[in-house]
Design a protein around this ligand. Structure first.
Ligand SMILES: [Zn+2]
Length: 81
């Protein structure tokens, strides 16, 4: 064993996976984490379900900001000028 790594701990990794999904990890940490995720079914499942959830949420936000509410607030801002 050349690499010193902490033992696999799903509870700890779950926190890192959240950071990964938020894009807050540096590339090195991200790569290490992805390796761990690949090795563990629990982490893999967590990663996949949360990646899908995140995508869902960001699509909703995009839809909302392009929707009527956004146009209305833009219109009232223009009117207010
Ligand atoms: Zn795990």
């Amino acid at each position: 064993m050349n690499h010193i790594r902490p033992p696999h701990n799903c509870n700890e990794l779950v926190k890192d996976i959240s950071l990964l999904l938020d894009g807050e990890l540096d590339r090195h940490t991200e790569n290490m984490l992805r390796e761990e995720i690949e090795k563990c079914d629990v982490c893999n499942q967590y990663y996949k379900s949360h990646a899908a959830y995140k995508m869902n949420v960001s699509q909703k936000i995009t839809r909302m900001s392009c929707g009527e509410n956004f146009k209305d607030s833009l219109r009232s801002k223009i009117r207010g000028l």
